[in-house]
Structures are given as structure tokens and as C-alpha cells.
Design a protein around this ligand. Structure first.
Ligand SMILES: *Cc1c(COP(=O)(O)O)cnc(C)c1O
Length: 422
């Protein structure tokens, strides 16, 4: 049976279904109330949304839609071409300058998605002569970039600085053996906030070992930008790290900024080099200028409405104390990403479905998005939630957790012998 044979494809899908790993989409019909991203109408059911990355609730803020509208009235919708051809509009350029100022760097370069930003950055900076050292739980886009680059990829146990230092040390020993010292670079890759666990990378330590081993540290702060730090500048602000210590910062615009797209920020030389060499930048249409205009409006709100971060922090604290009192297995996370690790895919799915019946939307996250045996409910909080929302969620979680006790016990028994043979 050939790979493109319909029977083979159908069998693959059926195998996924049997492993409770087949993915389905939730089609959102509308917002229950204009301006509030936490209440969704889905197939006639009202759901409180607890799994978006819209951490500040900006996706439905009227200022974003107004900025996009104003831009569209003037310039129409599409960018027309890639940035380097004729797709780079004033709105893009202004946003790049604002992002550079916001992140305290000389320049920023827009990409259409974070996936492309990571793919482009890593493939532009590393080739088969180089070594990439990455946290095991780095986002798929960094790892895909690493694979595509042809560089040697060495992964260290999650957040294990000693292991990372060892890998840097042994990569250093390779210098001069192959193509010569001048052509060998070491890049250390990490997420700022880990997207499926919510924990924060040990950035100060990673910066220290990078400096010690003459490696470049690249931080993907997709879930930190806008959310963390006193002024929303992300995990680097939290760790008091300068542009010198973290030469390249990747940020996404589709999460806390409530918009779409991504950027890479660094010194002018590096950014100019990326502009010449990052293939997803060169060979892809620029985002619509209206998207850039909306993002500029969001960036202003990130800076002017600090109450959104303060309210979010309050909700995180409320959630953690209530969930802990209810006996739920919390993960060590101080960010709006608060996963409940379940283990078996079928159980995570059953819990997600039970929550949906109670009016809460929390997707079950399964492999390959997370490692095998760690399927989970990835709960995320937003500044658009109220304290009542969070309390109601914890109550619903406690109910479905209690009711799923037999299912959880059965799945643990079933899993045990499999674990031993594998
Ligand atoms: C979401 C995410 C990305 C990808 O960003 P998109 O703009 O959605 O393509 C990259 N890195 C991390 C850590 C992410 O969570």
C-alpha cells in the first residue's frame, strides 16, 4: 500500500482516532458580547474560553479594529508583495521601529508568523558547520529551523543549565577539527516561557554560560512579550538581561498583542543580515499593512494599560490558590499558562469534553505537541477574565476531576505495563 493510497491515508487517520490522537477543530460562530474574547458561541452553546493565547484580552479591543480600518480605508488590504520587492509599507516600518524601541534594540524585523521568524532566523545563522544547543521543550518552529539548517542539533534536558553548559563545552572542543574555527558557531536556543508548561527558562544562567562559551543566546519570548515584566517587555525584563546578553529576541504578535505576525529584534548588523538571508522573509508576502497598524495600536495599549498585567497576575494567584485547595495537580508555573498534566490522551480528552458540557472550553493538548504520556489540559488565563470566571472554572475542574477518578485509575493501570516494556 503506497503512501498516497487513499486506503493508507484512511488507515493512518483511523490509527490516530484509536489512540485518541486525532485532532478536530472547534468552529467559533461568534463572540457572545462584542469586545469580550472570553465568551464564545459554538454550535449554539455558550463557552467560556480558557485556552487562547490572548493573555491581555487585546484581540477584541476596538483600538485594534479601528487602526486596521483606518489603514484599510487609505491603503486597501493586501501588502501586494514580499517586503524586499514592493510589500514594505509605512505601517510595517513604523511597527518595526516601535518594536525596536520597546525591546531596547537597534532594529526589529517583521515576519508573517512566529513559525517563520524562528525558521528564518535559525537557518540564516547556522549551517552544517555549526552547533545548535536547544532546550528539549523548545517550540517546534525552533527545532524545525534547526533541522532545516543542517547544523548539529544537541538538546539538553528541560531547563538543565549544567547539561547545556556541558554541550557548549563539547561543541567548543569541535572547533578547528572540521572546517576551521572561523566557520564554527554555537547558538543556544530557548523559549522564554515554555508554551505547554508555562514555566520560565533560567535565562540569567543561560546568558552566563553563553557568554562564557562564546555562544549566541536566542530567546523566543512568544508567551512573555506583553505579559511579563513590570512594563510587559517579557522574560528578559524579568531577568534584567540586556541586548548584549541576549543578542536576538524573537517575539510573536498573535498572542498577548492580540494581533498576528512576529518579529526578531537585535543589533542593526544582525538584523540586516537576517533581512538578506532569512528565506521565509525573502520568499513570502508581507502581512497586510492593516495588521501592522493594528499591532502598533496593541503595542501602545501594552504600554499604557498596565492594569491588564496586574489583573492577570491577580487571576493567576486566585486560580492557583483555589485549584490547590480543590486538590488539583498544579504545575509549577507563575505565568497565565496553567496546565493540568493528565497523562493518557483518552483521559485528557474526556476531561476536556466534560468541561465543555459544563460550558468551559479547555482543549486537551496531546502528543506530538507535548511528550508522550503527558497529555494535558492547557488552561490559560486572560486579563479579559473576571475573578468569577476563574472561580467558576476551578469549580468545574474540581467536578470533572472527581467524576473522572475511575477513568484515571483505569488508565494508570493500563499504562503501567506498557511503560515497563518501552
Ligand atoms: C506560538 C509560538 C510560535 C509561533 O508563532 P506564530 O506566530 O503562531 O507562528 C513560536 N514560538 C513559540 C514559543 C510559540 O508559542
Amino acid at each position: 500500500m503506497g503512501k498516497l493510497d487513499p486506503a493508507w491515508l484512511a488507515a493512518q487517520l483511523q490509527a490516530l482516532e484509536q489512540r485518541h490522537a486525532r485532532r478536530h477543530r472547534l468552529t467559533i460562530d461568534s463572540l457572545a458580547r462584542v469586545g469580550n474574547p472570553t465568551r464564545l458561541w459554538v454550535g449554539g452553546q455558550l463557552l467560556r474560553n480558557f485556552c487562547s493565547n490572548d493573555y491581555l484580552g487585546l484581540s477584541t479591543h476596538p483600538a485594534l479594529a479601528q487602526a486596521a480600518n483606518a489603514c484599510m480605508q487609505q491603503f486597501g488590504f493586501g501588502a501586494g508583495a514580499a517586503h524586499l520587492v514592493t510589500g514594505h509599507w509605512r505601517a510595517h516600518h513604523a511597527l518595526e521601529e516601535q518594536l525596536a524601541a520597546f525591546t531596547g534594540r537597534e532594529r526589529a524585523l517583521l515576519f508573517s508568523t512566529g513559525y517563520m521568524a524562528n525558521l528564518g532566523t535559525v537557518t540564516a545563522l547556522a549551517d552544517r558547520h555549526d552547533t545548535l544547543i536547544a532546550d528539549r521543550l523548545c517550540h517546534a518552529s525552533l527545532l524545525d529551523g534547526a533541522r532545516l539548517s543542517g547544523a548539529k542539533l544537541r538538546r539538553f534536558a528541560h531547563a538543565d543549565v549544567t547539561a547545556a553548559a556541558r554541550l557548549l563545552e563539547s561543541a567548543r572542543a569541535d572547533v578547528g577539527v572540521g572546517a576551521g574555527a572561523a566557520s564554527t558557531a554555537r547558538l543556544l536556543l530557548t523559549d522564554g516561557v515554555f508554551s505547554m508548561d508555562g514555566d520560565i527558562a533560567p535565562l540569567a544562567e543561560l546568558a552566563a554560560i553563553s557568554a562564557q562559551h562564546d555562544a549566541m543566546l536566542i530567546v523566543d519570548d512568544a508567551h512573555g512579550i506583553g505579559v511579563l515584566g513590570a512594563t510587559g517587555r517579557g522574560t528578559l525584563e524579568l531577568a534584567h538581561l540586556s541586548a548584549h546578553e541576549v543578542p536576538l529576541l524573537v517575539g510573536t504578535l498573535g498572542k498577548a498583542l492580540g494581533s498576528f505576525g512576529a518579529f526578531v529584534a537585535g543589533d542593526a548588523l544582525l538584523i540586516d543580515y537576517l533581512m538578506q538571508r532569512a528565506r521565509p522573509y525573502i520568499f513570502s508576502t508581507a502581512m497586510p499593512p492593516a495588521v501592522a497598524a493594528a499591532t502598533s495600536a496593541a503595542l501602545k495599549l501594552v504600554q499604557s494599560e498596565g492594569w491588564r498585567r496586574a489583573h492577570l497576575q491577580l487571576l493567576i494567584a486566585r486560580f492557583r490558590s483555589a485549584a490547590s485547595a480543590a486538590g488539583l495537580p498544579l504545575s509549577p508555573s507563575s505565568t497565565p499558562i496553567q496546565p493540568l498534566i493528565i497523562g493518557a490522551e483518552a483521559v485528557a480528552l474526556a476531561l476536556s469534553e466534560a468541561l465543555k458540557r459544563l460550558g468551559f472550553w479547555v482543549a486537551a493538548i496531546r502528543p506530538p505537541t507535548v511528550p508522550p504520556g503527558t497529555a494535558r489540559l492547557r488552561i490559560t488565563l486572560s486579563a479579559a477574565h473576571t475573578e468569577e470566571d476563574v472561580m467558576a472554572l476551578v469549580e468545574a475542574l474540581a467536578t470533572v476531576w472527581r467524576e473522572s477518578a475511575p477513568l484515571r485509575a483505569a488508565s494508570q493501570e493500563a499504562a503501567a505495563p506498557v511503560d515497563q516494556v518501552s
